[in-house]
Every structure is written in C-alpha cells, then in structure tokens.
Design a protein around this ligand. Structure first.
Ligand code: PLP
Length: 382
C-alpha cells in the first residue's frame, strides 16, 4: 500500500486544475502582454483566476498579485514594506517559515530592528508580550505572524493580532500559505495588510503563488522589469500555473466544509488509535481545533527504529515528514520543535492529510507504526 500523508509539504494537483491548464500549455500559448488575440486569450484567463482569488479572500482584484510561490510573496512583503513603507521594526516569531524568518534576519542585518514575540510550548503567541512590544516603540512596525504553523499546525488568533496592530498603528502580515483554501479568509472583516498563498498547498500546481496587498499599504515591486501584474511583479506570467491555482482554489473554497469535516475526522481517528494502542505517544502542538485540522505532529520515544522513522515509513510506502519539507534534506533539527522546546529525547513525525486520504490508510499507517514503537499491553487497550 502507498500512503501520502505529507500534504502540508505539498498536495497532488487536482485533475480539474490540470484540465484547465493543458490548453494553455499547447494551443493557447499567447503572451498575456501581447495585444493580439492569442495574448488577449491568455490575459482573460489570468484575470479570471485573479477574480477567483479575490473572491476567495473578499478582496478587490486590484489587491491580488500573482508571484512564483509563497516564499516570494513573503519575501516581497517583508523586504518591500521596509523599502516602500518606511518600516523600521519587524516583530515576528521564532517558529515562522524560513522564508519569513530569513527575510526578517536579512532586514535585521540592514539595520532594521527585529523583535521576536514569545511563544509557549504549543507554539501559541504570547499576545500580552506582543502588545508590550507594540507599545514599547512608536517606530513604524510590521508584524509578521503565520496563520498556521506548517510543522505543528498551531493557529494564530488573527482577529486578536489584527486588533492589536490596528490599535498600535502597525502593519500586519500573516503567512496564510497553509490555510488559504482550508479556512475562510475575509480581508474586509480582518484588518490585515498582507497575506500570502501558494498553489501547491491546495491541489494547484507548484511554482505559483499570490500576495494580497491592501490598497492602503502599496508596495514597490520586488522584481524589476516589465509592467506585468500592474507594475508590481515583472516577468512573463506563469500562465498555466496561475490558471491551475485559480481552478484549485475555486474547488477548495466550494468544498471547504466537507473537506474540513473529512480531514478532521481522519486526524481524530488516527489520534484515538495511537492513544489507545501505542504505549508512549504525545503530540506537538494541539490536536483539537486550536491546530490546523490537516496536521498531526506525533511525538514518539527515540529507539533504533524511530531514529530513522521517516525512512522506515518510506520503506513501508508511507510518505510523512520529520519537520517541514524545506528542511527535511538538511541535518539541522527543526527550528519549530526547538522553538517550542519539544523534548530532544523524542522523535517527531508530521502526518498531514488531504481530502483524498482514507480511514483504511490511517489503519495501515498505525499498523506500521506499531512495528516501530512500543505498543500497549493487550489488557490495557481500551
Ligand atoms: C507556512 C509556509 N509559508 C511559506 C511556504 C513557502 O511556500 P512555497 O513552497 O510556495 O514557496 C510554505 C511551504 O512549505 C509554508 O508552509
């Protein structure tokens, strides 16, 4: 059996998205900037996708810009907020995705003040600490905090942070790469200046993302060149990528409620089987609705099997992840797990689900895990 439980790293492309993309890889190849019929057809398809994204987050189409990925969107916001908006201080957290953390670090080296808000052992932001940081200075500030952590799933209280940012006149950026298409987002209701999204996290193609930039916080381009994306992001558009992102997001929004229910059910089912059948299991982050319903970060005792658990699971045909995909190739431990002070004598595995996963797959994974970690004595199994 082959099981893909690494959907926080990436998701399979939706067939419907591929079907919409294919003609734009073949006969509809016009450059969207060309004024002839070929170009106009491509332009119309991009604008259709922009409308879908704008509707999904309740923004105006003028506030949505396509980029090459979530990483570019986050870099663009952080670096251009400093350049264009005169941001002098950035407040972020130690468990952000590296594309945010490293961008913040880069700005720190350029003389921008950077401050890290405290988080607790579940990865929850200390909102009082955030307020005290905001209160402590009048310097123009950007707050950059992710909506859902990609390794442990912990969710940010967006309303609370946006209210604080409004009260202290700070710009608010939230990395929504893991939540776009999974949770409702309304940028009219939420006072947020910037959010980011990435096609491949919601069954769209890889190499395409978007950034929402509130009209009150206009940035300058991150990439210089032609006038694409209304002068905000130069370079001939990733036409078929944008079309695929649009279709995949449309489907994610339409199916959001049943997807939520299905995936949450799988997560709870897996957790209860693990709790009942493994002798020593715990979790990083939350396992209820304070954490993303697609993420279950399991913590197990370290032994000769769990030491290389991701490889051992792979041999059994199961795709899971030790930390985020971006760091799993490196020897450095997860900055998220060390950020929440997860015990170093235990092994963490992130299982992340999609709408395609099934209970039978969970059963298979649990049975395989039971070969690698101590199981409960039969008499004590509930
Ligand atoms: C929270 C978060 N932000 C940003 C990114 C980067 O997105 P992309 O892969 O599109 O560059 C990821 C991808 O893993 C992510 O999980």
């Amino acid at each position: 059996m082959k099981v893909y439980f690494d959907n926080a790293a990436t998701t399979p492309l939706a067939k419907e998205a591929l079907d919409e993309m294919l003609p734009f890889l073949t006969e509809n190849f016009g450059n969207p900037s060309s004024i002839h019929g070929y170009g106009r057809k491509s332009r119309a398809a991009i604008e259709k996708a922009r409308k879908i994204v704008a509707a999904a987050i309740n923004a105006s189409t003028a506030e949505v810009f396509f980029t090459s990925c979530g990483t570019e969107s986050n870099n663009m916001v952080i670096k251009q907020a400093v350049k264009k908006l005169g941001v002098k201080r950035i407040i972020s957290s130690p468990i952000e995705h590296h594309c945010v953390l490293h961008s913040v670090e880069t700005e720190g080296k350029e003389g921008i003040k950077t401050e890290m808000v405290s988080i607790n052992s579940f990865g929850v932001v200390d909102y009082d600490h955030l307020e005290s940081l905001l209160k402590s200075s009048d310097e123009k500030t950007l707050v950059s905090l992710m909506h859902s952590n990609n390794e442990i799933g912990t969710l940010l209280d967006l309303e609370r942070v946006s209210a604080l940012c409004e009260q202290y006149n700070a710009y608010f950026h939230t990395d929504t790469v893991q939540t776009i298409g999974y949770y409702p987002m309304d940028v009219q209701k939420l006072k947020v200046h910037f959010i980011s999204g990435s096609g491949h996290k919601f069954h769209g193609p890889k190499g395409v993302g978007f950034v929402y930039i509130n009209s009150s916080a206009q940035l300058s381009p991150f990439i210089d060149g032609g006038a694409q994306e209304r002068n905000m992001r130069a370079g001939t558009e990733n036409l078929y990528g944008i079309i695929g992102l649009g279709k995949a997001l449309e489907m994610a929004i339409t199916d959001m409620a049943p997807t939520h229910e299905h995936i949450s059910g799988l997560r709870q089912y897996m957790k209860s089987r693990l709790d009942n059948e493994l002798a020593d299991v715990s979790y990083n982050g939350f396992t209820d609705d304070r954490g993303h319903y697609k993420v279950l970060s399991v913590s197990m005792p370290l032994n000769n099997k769990t030491d290389l658990i991701v490889f051992n699971l792979d041999i059994a045909g199961i795709a899971a992840s030790a930390g985020s995909a971006c760091t799993s190739g490196s020897e450095v431990g997860s900055h998220v797990l060390s950020g929440i002070k997860a015990p170093t004598d235990r092994k963490a595995v992130r299982f992340s689900f999609s709408k395609h996963n099934t209970k039978e797959e969970v059963d298979y994974v649990v049975e395989e895990l039971k070969k690698m970690v101590p199981v409960k004595e039969l008499a004590s199994v509930k």
